[in-house]
Ligand binder design. Structure first.
Ligand SMILES: CC(C)(COP(=O)(O)OP(=O)(O)OC[C@H]1O[C@@H](n2cnc3c(N)ncnc32)[C@H](O)[C@@H]1OP(=O)(O)O)[C@@H](O)C(=O)NCCC(=O)NCCS
Length: 198
């Protein structure tokens, strides 16, 4: 991420509240932990780092300084209500690929924050020089699948029983991807479709 980015990327008004989207700094670590612990554990299954544990948060915060990880938070005051992360592959022959993860707190869903957080994550991807974004989620995350499909992601694989939860229950994992360059085109098309016709 470059220093030229403002701390607050955008302010969104919804339900009479004012939300800020901004790059995460170490100062927001406790608020991110509280957010993760407020979610259903199932919603965290696909994340590359377990942000519901202090160790996982430490790992994420360490990664922020490496140029391999970028995190955007949606904040309502000091409270985290949404999260997106871009984690670039540490494998040299996959350095063009990063994994995107997006989560919105349950009461704040269906207001467009998931899309905003995904859009901002693509800015991080551009900054990191990534050309392809990969997303993975359990096959039952219908909202996530719908959101990413709507933003031009394509399903590429289903891995059977690839995920196991704390109760030893297994789930199928869906992999989706999208080219960073094509994402901008998708957004332009969606915005043109949504614009009022003259
Ligand atoms: C996926 C998730 C981030 C979406 O957050 P959100 O803030 O509700 O998403 P948005 O309001 O921006 O929705 C964006 C678009 O996605 C689609 N969408 C989202 N939820 C949907 C649902 N339940 N049914 C159908 N379409 C849906 C719609 O096209 C929606 O556009 P619309 O606002 O015009 O209807 C949220 O449901 C979540 O945190 N899920 C658990 C974690 C997860 O599965 N993450 C995805 C893996 S990366």
């Amino acid at each position: 991420m470059t220093a030229s980015h403002p701390a607050v990327l955008q302010t969104i008004h919804a339900d009479g509240r004012e939300l800020r989207l901004q790059y995460m700094t170490p100062a927001e670590a406790p608020a991110l932990l509280a957010f993760a612990r407020s979610l259903r554990p199932h919603d965290l299954l696909f994340l590359p780092t377990d942000i519901s544990s202090p160790e996982g948060i430490d790992e994420l915060v360490e990664g922020l300084g490496t140029g391999r990880i970028g995190v955007i938070l949606a904040l309502d005051g000091d409270q985290v209500v949404g999260f997106s992360s871009v984690v670039r592959s540490a494998t040299s022959w996959m350095r063009h690929i990063a994994e995107i993860s997006v989560i919105v707190s349950e009461p704040m869903r269906h207001h467009g924050f998931g899309r905003e957080l995904t859009e901002e994550a693509f800015r991080i991807a551009e900054d990191l020089g990534v050309t392809r974004m990969l997303a993975q989620m359990t096959l039952d995350q219908q909202s996530g699948i719908d959101m990413l499909r709507g933003l031009g992601f394509t399903p590429i694989a289903i891995l059977h029983d690839h995920v196991i939860d704390a109760d030893e229950r297994t789930y199928d994992l869906l992999l989706m991807h999208q080219d960073v360059a094509r994402f901008a085109d998708t957004l332009r098309r969606l915005d043109a479709d949504a614009a009022p016709k003259a």
